[in-house]
Design a protein around this ligand. Structure first.
Ligand code: UDP
Length: 342
């Protein structure tokens, strides 16, 4: 299995050794502009040599690729990983307190279960720009994303400040990795700088309710447990991306029965059915519509709960690992049989 454009040049070299190759593309673009077409043209001859190709959506299949070799497999989440495992409400709260994201003394252990089955407490703390964490009972709107302009952190912050903050006492948390930790994301530091500037420019009164959180990356399973706790404690989860291949954060929040407000872009559209299992924003740059959708859910807890319930069922039916496992078995069996016949 080779993943993403970076590995395309390996395909002929691996096949030469008699090993069937599945090439899995995790990314895609909503519109094929000149740069997308030029990149596909540069790589497509390598990609076409694979025995099978996997894309996340029909719309993402490259030009020049034989559709008979393509299987569509949607990304899925692991329900048992530290990111998605069940957490008691008290444990989720304790994790946020241990990580310095909520004030107050933890009433229970901030514990999560590692993939190897052992249990560990969260010990590393997040850095919160401006210093203030959430109070013990503050409700909050959450976006979890890398510091990437396509995740629109400035729009998330300004839209909340200008179109929601005056009509709610809820806070906003934008949580991303401590940037120095993501070595293959060189633009992260610049985007974080811009987000900090946007925070500094907020009027006081609103600024205290907007938290830019840099989550510790010392231990990736601990980082995942903190994301898990944030998603479980959020009143509304936002994914206001300008573009999105799939949007794992959306499936993660839906699995936790959270009401999600997200842009109608890329793979997010496959996950949320508007008005049933979440809210889709037709124009990702319309800050007023984003503020209105968030307020609508903050003010109508019954609607928020109903969307969250439907969201969890939708992930159970379509976006858990068991689903993609079955697809991969179907894909791999004939390839292995062909190899055995050689
Ligand atoms: N994530 C994380 N810690 C962070 C920020 C993000 O674990 O501090 C995770 C998030 O929970 C999700 C993944 O990174 O599992 C991001 O995947 P997504 O498809 O949403 O966006 P991408 O970053 O791949 O564009």
């Amino acid at each position: 299995m080779l993943h993403d454009p970076q590995t395309a040049g390996l395909i002929p070299a691996v096949r030469e050794r008699g090993v069937p190759v599945v090439w899995r593309c995790h990314i895609g673009a909503d519109a094929d502009d000149d740069r997308v077409l030029a990149a596909q043209k540069f790589l497509v001859d390598f990609v076409c040599q694979a025995d099978a190709l996997v894309f996340s959506r029909e719309d993402y299949i490259w030009h020049g690729v034989d559709h008979d070799h393509v299987t569509i497999i949607k990304p899925t989440i692991d329900a048992f990983s530290p990111k998605n495992q069940d957490l008691e409400a008290a444990t989720a709260r304790a994790i946020l307190q241990a990580a310095g994201l909520r004030t107050g003394r933890p009433a229970s252990a901030p514990a999560f279960r590692r993939m190897d089955g052992t249990t560990e407490d969260v010990t590393h703390r997040a850095t919160v720009h401006g210093g203030g964490g959430l109070g013990p009972d503050d409700r909050f709107v959450l976006q979890v994303s890398r510091w990437d302009a396509l995740k629109d952190p400035l729009g998330v912050i300004r839209g909340f400040a200008e179109h929601a903050a005056a009509h709610t006492d809820a806070h906003l948390v934008y949580a991303g990795p401590a940037v120095e930790a993501v070595a293959d994301d060189p633009e992260g530091a610049a985007v974080l700088r811009d987000a900090r500037q946007a925070w500094d420019d907020l009027p006081s009164g609103v600024r205290e309710r907007v938290h830019l959180a840099l989550l510790p990356m010392d231990d990736l399973e601990e980082n995942a447990a903190i994301v898990n706790a944030l998603q479980r404690e959020a009143s509304v989860v936002v994914q206001k991306s300008l573009a999105e291949g799939f949007g794992l954060t959306v499936a993660e929040a839906m699995w936790k029965a959270r009401p999600v407000v997200a842009s109608r872009v890329g793979g997010i559209q496959d996950q949320i059915e508007h008005g049933d299992s979440g809210v889709l924003l037709d124009d990702a740059r319309d800050l007023a519509a984003y503020g209105e959708a968030v307020l609508g859910l903050l003010h109508d807890e019954a609607l928020a709960a109903a969307l969250g319930h439907a969201a969890r069922e939708r992930v159970r039916d379509h976006f858990l690992g068991s689903e993609s496992l079955l697809h991969y078995l179907d894909l791999l069996q004939p390839l292995l049989a062909r190899r055995d016949r050689r």
